[in-house]
Design a protein around this ligand. Structure first.
Ligand SMILES: Cc1ncc(COP(=O)(O)O)c(C=O)c1O
Length: 382
């Protein structure tokens, strides 16, 4: 008999909320107009687009013109980094970021270094995975134009002091971007200003919205260079006919799942303590998520004597879905750059297990995980 599926991979993606799905399906049928068309069918679509932007701006306490819809977290990060770096180029070519950013930031900045003459200082993290504010401060130079530090890490869940980093950037007249993709839906957003950032990346499918849609907050009067060219959509920052049902779904998800209190449950802290207790009785395990200043739903560890692919596959055979590092083109798992940045060796960096809970998980599902985890780890080591 097939095991019941237990989904503990909410940092990878979340199921689309069923009410949001119905709203989107209706809109897909009814609102087929192009928001740029002059006639009344187009204008109906235009109203939904403008209204979605207004609804998000109301929650974020910003101007509607500061909300740009994109195709997700990757595009928001690319638009923020390429757009801001090119916009600021006449002022300098130095950028600061951290070693544990998502690849959508790392690879974009590596490209800017390799092909466009920018220089990036990669800030190391401390042994618990935190960027130290003082390290950012010390890296600032007269030619620094941009700092990009994520709000919360996708692999180990560390919450970074972005508010304080943003303040330092403001004091030094430097643009600050934060990738807040993992923050939304897990930690409350009372207003977008809480990050103290000029640019904030958001992605709908991490909080029960649809895939392929996200947003970038751009604090006015900053106008980063566009990376897509064509029409004048999105305040001339993002050409292309808008993904209206996706934008509507994202708006619903922002309204339903990102404001305080984000969750009505508090038991994940206990769940993580239980996992910590079970794993600390075993040899060769290192727990990589810190006890405090960590996303409450995220618990990551590494295992000596096996690799992430084997661990994930063996848990999957029991019906349990969790993650490891990112898959490479050959289908195996790359050593995690985040775990490496914590000072771990290659064996440990290749054996990450990330468990990330979400609103549909039940206590019995955790019980099953706690029960089988030790034997799955032991059998994966054979
Ligand atoms: C921190 C972070 N940034 C950016 C992204 C990219 O989002 P997407 O792949 O949906 O574009 C992700 C997705 O996992 C993420 O975790």
């Amino acid at each position: 008999m097939r095991n019941e599926s237990i989904y503990f991979d909410y940092n990878a993606t979340t199921p689309l909320d069923s009410e949001i799905l119905s709203i989107m399906l209706q809109s897909l049928k009814d609102d087929y107009g192009n928001p740029s068309s002059i006639h009344h069918i187009g204008q109906k679509a235009r109203y939904i687009l403008d209204n979605s932007r207004d609804r998000i701006a109301r929650i974020w306490k910003c101007k509607p013109s500061e909300v740009i819809f994109t195709s997700g977290g990757t595009e928001s990060n690319n638009l923020a980094l390429f757009g801001a770096a090119r916009h600021q180029k006449s002022r300098g070519n130095h950028i600061i970021s951290s070693e544990i950013e998502h690849h959508a930031v790392l690879h974009a900045l590596e490209y800017l270094e390799k092909f466009e003459g920018f220089e990036v200082t990669w800030i190391p993290v401390n042994s618990k995975g935190f960027v130290e504010v003082e390290s950012v401060k010390a890296a600032i130079r007269p030619d620094t134009i941009l700092v990009s530090i994520m709000a919360a890490n996708n692999e180990i869940g560390t919450i970074q002091p972005v508010n304080r980093i943003g303040k330092i950037c403001q004091e030094n007249g430097i643009i600050f971007h934060t990738d807040a993709v993992q923050w939304f839906g897990k930690e409350p957003v009372d207003e977008i200003g809480q990050f103290n950032a000029d640019l904030v990346s958001v992605c709908g499918h991490k909080f029960h919205g649809p895939k392929g849609v996200g947003a970038l907050f751009i604090r006015s009067p900053l106008l980063p260079h566009p990376i897509h060219f064509g029409g004048a959509h999105e305040n001339e920052r993002r050409a292309g006919t808008e993904n209206l049902p996706g934008i509507l779904g994202l708006t619903e998800a922002v309204e339903r799942f990102t404001k305080a209190p984000v969750f009505d449950r508090i038991d994940w802290i206990d769940w993580r303590l239980e996992l910590r207790a079970v794993l600390s009785r075993m040899e060769g395990i290192s727990i990589r998520s810190p006890e405090s200043n960590c996303l409450k739903n995220t618990f990551a560890f590494t295992v000596r004597g096996t690799d992430g692919m084997t661990l994930i596959a063996n848990l999957d055979l029991q019906g349990i879905c969790v993650s490891s590092g990112s898959a490479c083109s050959a289908g195996s798992i790359e050593p995690s750059h985040v775990i490496k940045a914590l000072g771990a060796d290659k064996e440990e960096s290749s054996s990450l297990v990330r468990i990330s809970f979400g609103r549909d998980n039940k206590r019995e599902q955790l019980d099953k995980l706690v029960h089988i985890l030790p034997s799955v780890i032991e059998s994966s080591r054979l």
